[in-house]
Structure formats: structure tokens, C-alpha cells
Design a binder for this molecule. Structure first.
Ligand code: ATP
Length: 386
């Protein structure tokens, strides 16, 4: 029967190099703390003794290098200890990246050698890409680097909202509950949660982001030496694969970490042979990664949108602003035939121009949609700053 009062507490003892995998209950949060020893959550050290509160549905793992005791409420969906984890192989990758960062820092005067590692993490959905990316940047931040985290995954979007691609320097290990809290992220709004809607636009935005980062790095040796970690989408077939190659090329990635798929690994290894400076590394998917179905993904997306406006702990209050329809112009990028005053010559098809700005009527169809505000002064600056 339903117990009254707060859920009972339990203690879990973790042996060295093991992890406690948790799925928080679907409707109640979980209070948990580190009683003794050392432990980390996806690369971020847990504070000793302090109670942490994890929101409903969250899935995560607490890993310990040397052993730890956790005290937690006994109210999770599931929790179990695993002694086979991927953390050691991830830490080996981290060690190699550290070496490259140190080398980059030591060659500050050489514009090429002073570039730290540009890592891209690829793999199918639910292979642990976001988790590995966050772990790597948190470990780097813990050693005092300021690596740039780039998220090209428009499906979930851990920096701002789903539908965006974004980048931000990470100066502190990522908060395991609140996630990334960027001060000044670089964000490009795509507006859909899948690239198939307008793949050309997706490519253009990826290129814009890469160019801006390149400029920032040129002016900031610290960011440049720390390099970047790029998280990608789980869409890896057909168009998805092409977009991965495009991202590898555009960001000039020199470390490609392939999670959990032999086929993708061998395809990338083959095609990247002509770029000897790129290391393609195969990594085991962690047994802890939880598969999420379509419905769960959709609800995680809505949750992200909510969090963006209200924060995880519900302590932000968005302010509404009233404006006249006549003072606003709403555009959609792509879709519709190319604008032309006259009919096309015979034999020429009207093709949809993926970069065309299409004015959108303001009506009820816009209810509950998220739009981006552009700082462009002229229409034709909406897409590019160049
Ligand atoms: P997608 O392609 O959909 O973005 P992904 O490959 O990036 O997925 P993650 O988001 O890293 O996958 O992981 C999926 C879920 O599994 C997340 O909720 C994550 O917190 C959880 N998870 C990852 N590793 C572990 C682990 N070792 N133990 C428990 N949960 C984990």
C-alpha cells in the first residue's frame, strides 16, 4: 500500500571503479548525498555530505574511482550497482586529450600547433554521446581548462533549447542536476527537431557556428588550447551520415569518438583515411545508457523547453512583453517555391529554395510555437553575419 511520510533512506556502498545507476521515479524527486569517499556524476565531483535533489525521470550514474558510500531515499524507479563501466576507457581518452591541450598551450606562438583537440562524438541514438561529451568537458574544466562544448543535436539540445545548435565555453564542471548553465552561449536557431525538414539550412548554421568559433579561438589562446568537444545527433544513416561528415569537415575535427556501432566506425575509418591527422577511435557503449522511446524523447524535449524558461528548480519567471502585430515581422526559412515575378521558362521547375525567407502570417497557427528573435537590421542578414 502507499506509505505515508517521507520515503525511507538507504545506504549504498560502492567498491572502487563501480557505478550506481539510477532512474528517478516518474513522479517524485530523489534526495541523495555522498556520505563518505569520493564519487562523480558524469565527470563532476559530488560535494561531500550535501543533499542533492534530482528531478523526476532523470537517469544518471554515480561513479567512484576509489570507493564511496551514498545515502539516498529509497524511492527510485530503479537503482543498481554495476562494476563494469566504460569510465576507464573514457578516462584514457581524457588523458590523451590532456596531453594535446598541454602541447597546444606550450606552442602558443605557432598558430597551428596552438590549437587544442577538436573532438567530435558520434554514434546511434542512446549510445551515450551526450554523456561522454559532458564527462570529457567536465574533466577538462576540473583541470582548469576552458573547453568549448558544441551541441549539434537539435533533437534534445543541452545548451539552450531543442531546435538549436549552440556552443559555450565550459569553465566549471557541469552541474549534475542543473546541467549546463551558459552565460553567453552562441546559439543558432534551426526551429525543428529533425534536420530532414531543411538539411541545407542545418549545414549553413553548422558552418556559421564553426566560423564564429574559429574567430573566437584566434583571439583567445586559452579557449583555443582547450579545444572543443562536439556532441552530435543520433541520426547516422543516409542524410544523417552526410551531416556527420559535414560536421567533421566543417569543424576540422581531429578526434572522432565513435560510440557503440561497429559499422559507423568502419565507415568513418575508411572515409577519413585520406585525412591522416584525424584519429578515429571506437568506444564501447556504457551498459548504463538508458534507451528512450519516441514518447520519452518528446516529453524530454518539452521538459527542456520548460526548463529553459523556468529553470530546473523552477526559480525563473519569464516576463511577457506586449507588442503590436504591425511592429513584428515573422519569417520562416526555406519552403515554398522560389520567388519570381514571372512564370519560369518552359522546362525549368520551380524549386524550393532552402534559404529563402518566407513571410509568415501572424495567426492562431503560431500559438505555442517557439520563435527566435533576430538582431538583424535587414532581412538578408537574418541568416548570416557575413
Ligand atoms: P541521443 O542520441 O538521443 O541524444 P545519447 O547517445 O546522447 O542519446 P545520452 O543522452 O548520453 O545518449 O544517454 C541516454 C540516457 O542514459 C541519458 O538520460 C543519460 O543520463 C543516461 N545514462 C548515460 N550513461 C548512463 C549510465 N552509465 N548509467 C545510467 N544512466 C546513464
Amino acid at each position: 500500500g502507499a506509505a505515508l511520510g517521507p520515503p525511507a533512506l538507504k545506504q549504498v556502498k560502492l567498491e572502487k571503479e563501480s557505478e550506481l545507476r539510477i532512474e528517478v521515479s516518474f513522479n517524485t524527486s530523489l534526495h541523495l548525498r555522498l556520505l563518505s569517499g569520493n564519487a562523480e556524476i558524469f565527470g563532476t565531483e559530488m560535494p561531500p555530505q550535501n543533499w542533492l535533489v534530482f528531478p523526476p525521470k532523470m537517469k544518471f550514474a554515480i561513479f567512484t574511482w576509489y570507493g564511496a558510500t551514498i545515502e539516498m531515499q529509497d524511492n527510485t524507479e530503479t537503482d543498481y550497482v554495476a562494476d563494469e563501466t566504460s569510465m576507464i576507457s573514457y578516462a584514457n581518452v581524457h588523458a590523451v586529450l590532456e596531453e594535446r591541450r598541454n602541447r597546444a598551450k606550450a606552442s602558443a606562438s605557432d598558430s597551428h600547433a596552438s590549437q587544442g583537440p577538436r573532438v567530435i562524438v558520434v554514434g546511434p541514438t542512446d549510445s551515450g554521446k551526450s554523456t561522454l561529451s559532458k564527462t570529457l568537458v567536465s574533466w577538462a574544466a576540473k583541470q582548469g581548462w576552458k573547453p568549448t562544448f558544441v551541441d549539434l543535436d537539435i533533437g534534445q539540445g543541452s545548451i539552450t533549447l531543442p531546435g538549436c545548435i549552440a556552443a559555450t565555453p565550459i569553465e566549471m564542471p557541469i552541474d549534475p542536476v542543473k546541467g549546463i548553465h551558459p552565460d553567453m552561449p552562441l546559439v543558432y536557431f534551426f526551429g525543428h527537431n529533425t534536420p530532414t525538414v531543411n538539411a541545407d539550412l542545418y549545414r549553413v548554421l553548422v558552418k556559421e557556428l564553426a566560423q564564429i568559433l574559429k574567430r573566437q579561438f584566434a583571439g583567445n589562446a586559452e579557449y583555443k588550447a582547450a579545444g572543443m568537444v562536439i556532441n552530435t545527433m543520433g541520426f547516422i544513416d543516409g542524410l544523417g551520415y552526410n551531416l556527420l561528415l559535414h560536421a567533421i569537415d566543417t569543424f576540422q575535427a581531429n578526434v572522432v569518438l565513435v560510440l557503440g556501432q561497429e559499422k559507423l566506425y568502419s565507415m568513418l575509418k575508411g572515409v577519413l583515411k585520406r585525412k591522416p591527422y584525424v584519429d578515429v577511435v571506437k568506444l564501447q557503449k556504457s551498459g548504463g545508457v538508458v534507451s528512450r522511446n519516441k514518447k520519452f524523447r518528446a516529453s524530454a524535449r518539452s521538459q527542456r523547453i520548460r526548463e529553459y524558461f523556468y529553470s530546473v528548480s523552477n526559480d525563473l519567471s519569464p516576463r511577457s512583453t506586449i507588442a503590436n502585430f504591425s511592429d513584428l515581422a515573422v519569417y520562416k526559412i526555406g519552403g515554398g517555391p522560389q520567388a519570381s515575378a514571372s512564370a519560369p521558362p518552359i522546362g525549368v521547375r520551380r524549386v524550393a529554395d532552402p534559404m529563402r525567407l518566407v513571410p509568415v502570417n501572424i495567426n492562431r497557427d503560431l500559438l505555442n510555437l517557439v520563435l527566435a528573435v533576430s538582431f538583424a537590421k535587414e532581412q538578408d542578414q537574418i541568416l548570416s553575419r557575413y
